[in-house]
Design a protein around this ligand. Structure first.
Ligand SMILES: [Mg+2]
Length: 190
């Protein structure tokens, strides 16, 4: 858990992709003479991203690989930014985003699993490791999720931050209302 003050400080959430939004596995093959790469994302992470954004917190994906599968998922989720740096130089890429948005490292959370995330995790105000992270990343983290990457870890992070800010219930009610919950109940009470 994190305290309310730290949670309220978060103005942007950065996410590593492989091993955080996925279990780190990659399906590699050839289809019609073209190399293809497929990844398995967890559907519950999608609502986590949506609720963070609904709370006014931009979500940024920072990957150390270039992958069309990642780009497709990023578009689907409507994340605010996606960086795919094939050299896994995540820190300068993230720093450029923060500078452009006028946000400091102290006001960011970042979720990672592997060594390439360490430079970033050491800078942000709320460093988070997923359950499947390597030991060095867990040691650098302020919070370690109980859920593994690809298994809903991003959803868990979103819920922890939003609950600590005291806005989870309201966001949930808004979401359910958006899905017609109030109308449904009203119709039944008639
Ligand atoms: Mg990773």
């Amino acid at each position: 858990m994190i305290d309310a003050a730290l949670a309220r400080q978060v103005k942007l959430v950065g996410l590593d992709v492989d091993g955080v939004m996925t279990d780190g596995g990659i399906y590699v093959g050839i289809v019609a003479d073209h190399p293809v790469e497929l990844k398995r994302f967890h559907i519950q992470d999608g609502l986590g991203v949506k609720l963070l954004k609904a709370a006014g917190i931009p979500v940024v994906l920072v990957s150390g690989r270039e992958s069309e599968a990642t780009a497709v998922r990023a578009r689907e989720l409507g994340v605010d930014e996606l960086v795919q740096d094939s050299g896994a130089r995540k820190l300068p890429a993230f720093e450029a985003i923060l500078e452009r948005r006028g946000i400091g490292f102290d006001d960011c959370a970042f979720v990672g699993d592997d060594l390439a995330d360490l430079p970033l995790l050491k800078r942000v105000g709320l460093p988070i490791a997923v359950a499947n992270a390597v030991s060095e990343v867990k040691e650098a983290a302020r919070l370690v999720t109980t859920t593994a990457g690809g298994d809903g870890a991003v959803r868990e992070v979103a819920e922890i931050i939003l609950r600590a800010r005291g806005v989870w219930e309201e966001l949930l009610q808004n979401y359910l209302r958006e899905k017609g919950d109030v109308e449904h109940r009203a119709a039944r009470s008639r």
